[in-house]
Design a protein around this ligand. Structure first.
Ligand code: THU
Length: 296
């Protein structure tokens, strides 16, 4: 999911909004590249937009304007044709619509609910994104379903710290790896790889391969994900999903060694083609490994 940002000098306090957007898409099970336009603004502007677009004369926390017209009772996962109509060739993605978030409202609500502004911004984005994917909360059962999806996506992104119950399934981890693959920078090999690394406490870090005109400086998707996690203080991992097209993308030797440093027993899922998946473990891929245990 690509976020087209527009911010009136608001600070997103390190909120993992890109990851939240990706997790919403993965939780919904949409595989087409999608994009969304997000405006982070003040109460005055959201008030004006609310008045002009909805005839509601007050500020609010979040507004969403879907570009896809879903059939009643359906959501994005079963509306591929309609999504494709919103294909933007410049973005290389289907534009789901516009989201406007009031930063001062997010701050106020965070205080009210006793959680961080970071969490509130993530929640508002997830809520609005599910609206853009066809969800609503008019009826009680619709509302329940929407809440469940929001919780699921936020859990996957590690925004709700629970007991890990919301961690993604293997299928969802693979879906996240495939979405991460869409971010690959691989103009030289044209071989896109994505990875989704599941932490021991149920959070996900994604990565893609990042090539360089000086070829040897290329970084693999798996290592991008591991380095993102470790650089944020996370060193315990349960599984990694690796996605590519063509053959099953088993990790290269260098990535096996890097995984072995932090998670010698890690489960490895590889996914390719439409939805194919194989599972293995690092001890199987790197027998008789050399690692921290071998040093005095
Ligand atoms: N690549 C990965 O991202 N992960 C692997 O485990 C194998 C290779 C990338 C690096 C390079 O951008 C491209 O695939 C071709 O080698």
């Amino acid at each position: 999911m690509k976020i087209e940002w527009e911010s009136r000098n608001m600070v997103t306090v390190d909120a993992p909004l890109e990851l939240v957007a990706m997790c919403c898409q993965a939780a919904e099970g949409v595989t087409l590249p999608c994009a969304v336009h997000v405006l982070l603004t003040d109460d005055e502007e959201i008030h004006r937009i609310n008045r002009e677009m909805r005839d509601v004369d007050r500020a609010t926390d979040v507004l969403s304007f879907p570009s896809v017209n879903y059939r009643p009772g359906t959501t994005a996962r079963s509306s591929e044709k309609r999504l494709r109509r919103e294909w933007d060739p410049e973005l290389g993605a289907c534009m789901l619509g516009d989201i406007i978030i009031s930063y001062p409202h997010a701050v106020m609500q965070a205080e009210e609910y006793g959680h961080s502004v970071r969490r509130e911004l993530c929640y508002l984005l997830a809520h609005a994104l599910f609206h853009l994917m066809g969800y609503d909360h008019m009826e009680e059962d619709e509302k329940k379903e929407m809440r469940k999806m929001e919780e699921k996506a936020l859990g996957m992104a590690g925004v709700t710290r629970d007991d890990g119950a919301l961690a993604p399934s293997d299928g969802e981890l693979c879906a996240l790896a495939r979405l991460a693959m869409q971010k690959s920078y691989s103009p030289y090999s044209k071989y896109a790889v994505g990875a989704a690394l599941l932490t021991a406490d149920g959070r996900v870090y994604t990565g893609c391969n990042i090539e360089n005109a000086s070829f040897g400086l290329t970084n693999c998707a798996e290592r991008t994900a591991v380095f993102k996690a470790v650089s944020e203080g996370v060193q315990e991992f349960a599984a990694i999903a690796i996605a590519s097209n063509g053959a099953p993308p088993y990790p290269c030797g260098a990535c096996r060694q890097v995984l072995n440093e932090f998670a010698p027993g890690i489960r490895i899922l590889v996914t390719w083609g439409e939805n194919q998946m194989e599972e293995t473990t690092l001890p199987q891929l790197l027998p008789h490994s050399f690692g921290p245990k071998d040093l005095p």
